[in-house]
Design a binder for this molecule. Structure first.
Ligand SMILES: [Zn+2]
Length: 85
């Protein structure tokens, strides 16, 4: 699966990683507080712990901020420079 996704990066030069954003994690956290929802808080813990693990493996520490990815026009060479080595 990882090879398939990375092949997708290479083919298009763009990076679209769905459900991988700190903004989403923050939104889920806020919703869990607003609705006092343990389920949403557990979802937040799952998303954020997954993102931490993914994030420490990437050279660009901002890669999992969707706003940053949009500002960089989802350019693979900026977001995932490690794939060019
Ligand atoms: Zn991931």
């Amino acid at each position: 699966m990882k090879d398939f996704i990375e092949a997708g990066y290479l083919a298009s030069g763009k990076v679209y990683v769905f459900l991988h954003s700190w903004e989403l994690a923050l939104a889920v956290l806020i919703l869990s507080i607003i609705f006092k929802s343990p389920g949403l808080f557990i979802l937040f813990l799952g998303i954020s712990s997954h993102l931490v693990i993914d994030n420490v493996q990437k050279d660009n520490p901002l890669v999992y901020f969707i706003i940053y990815r949009m500002m960089m026009n989802f350019d693979r060479s900026i977001l995932l420079p490690e794939l060019d080595r």
